[in-house]
Design a protein around this ligand. Structure first.
Ligand code: SF4
Length: 260
C-alpha cells in the first residue's frame, strides 16, 4: 500500500475508501461506548497482516486498483457522517493502520466537528505512529487473535508482543478499549491459551475491560475445519467471568450468553 517514487513513500489508498456503511456501534463490536448510536464506518484496501481466516479478504488482501473504490476527502467523510446523524466515525473493515494517513487526518477533523472516533484494529502498529494518532482516537476494538507467538506466526504472519504493547499504550492514553478474540478450533482454543488471554486482559487492562469471544466460521484459506462449537464460546465466557472479568460477550452466536 506504499509506493516508493524517487525516494518518497506514497500511500496508494489515501482517501480512497473501498467500503462505507452506517453501522450500529455495537457491530464494531463496542458495547460500552455510545450505546444505541450509529457510527459512520469506512475502510480502504489492504492490511498489514495476512490472516488465513480473514473475514474481509475481498478488501484486506487486494490492492486498491483491484477493487472498486471511491475518492472521498476527509472533509466529505466527516460531513457525510454528520449528515447521516452519526455520533462517531469508525476506521474499520480492513486494517486502519494500512490507511493511516487517511485515518489520522479524518480523526482530527472529526474531533473538530464534535464527532467521536473509533479504531477497529489488529493492534499491529509501531509505537511512534500510534502515539501520534491516539490524541484523536476515543475508542478501539482490538483483536487479540490468539495468545501464543506460534499462533500469530502460523495464522496471521505477525506476532503477539507488539499487539500487547499497543494495548498498554492505548490504556495509558485513556482510550476506551474492548477486546475481540476469535476462537478457532484446533488453533487457539485450548483452555490454557484462553486462560492466559483472559488473565492478561484482567491484569493489564483491568477487570472492567469488555471481552468479546467470537465464533469462527470457515473463511478464506482456513476451510479445513468446522465452525467453533457454541459450547466452546460459552465455556470461554464462563471462564472469563469466573476469573474476574466483569463484561464478557459471545459473538457470532444465535443465542446471547449471560452470566448466571
Ligand atoms: S488483520 Fe483483520 S483484516 Fe487483516 S488479514 Fe487479519 S482478519 Fe483480515
Amino acid at each position: 500500500m506504499r509506493k516508493n517514487i524517487d525516494g518518497v513513500l506514497y500511500s496508494l489508498n489515501y482517501q480512497y475508501p473501498a467500503a462505507i456503511n452506517i453501522d450500529p456501534v455495537e457491530k464494531k463490536p463496542l458495547y460500552h461506548f455510545l450505546p444505541g448510536t450509529k457510527t459512520f464506518s469506512f475502510g480502504c484496501a489492504g492490511c498489514n497482516l495476512k490472516c488465513s481466516f480473514c473475514q474481509n479478504c475481498t478488501i484486506s488482501q487486494v490492492l486498491p486498483d483491484e477493487i472498486e473504490t471511491e475518492q472521498c476527502t476527509s472533509e466529505e467523510l466527516v460531513k457525510a457522517a454528520i449528515h447521516k446523524k452519526c455520533e462517531s466515525i469508525s476506521f474499520t473493515y480492513s486494517e486502519p493502520t494500512i490507511f493511516y494517513e487517511t485515518m489520522i487526518e479524518t480523526a482530527e477533523l472529526a474531533h473538530k466537528y464534535g464527532l467521536k472516533t473509533i479504531m477497529v484494529s489488529n493492534g499491529f502498529i509501531n509505537r511512534e505512529p500510534l502515539e501520534k494518532l491516539l490524541p484523536f482516537i476515543d475508542a478501539a476494538n482490538i483483536d487479540i487473535k490468539g495468545f501464543t507467538e506460534e499462533f500469530y506466526r502460523k495464522y496471521t504472519g505477525a506476532s503477539l508482543a507488539p499487539v500487547l504493547e499497543t494495548l498498554k499504550t492505548m490504556k495509558k492514553a485513556a482510550v476506551h478499549i474492548e477486546i475481540t478474540n476469535l476462537i478457532i478450533p484446533k488453533a487457539n482454543d485450548s483452555k490454557e491459551e484462553i486462560d492466559d488471554l483472559i488473565k492478561w486482559v484482567r491484569d493489564n487492562l483491568g477487570s472492567d475491560t469488555p471481552l468479546h469471544f467470537s465464533r469462527f466460521f470457515p473463511q478464506y484459506k482456513l476451510t479445513d475445519r468446522t465452525a467453533t462449537p457454541p459450547q466452546t464460546i460459552i465455556t470461554a465466557c464462563e471462564r472469563a467471568s469466573s476469573l474476574g472479568l466483569k463484561f464478557v460477550y459471545a459473538g457470532n452466536m444465535e443465542s446471547i450468553w449471560t452470566k448466571k
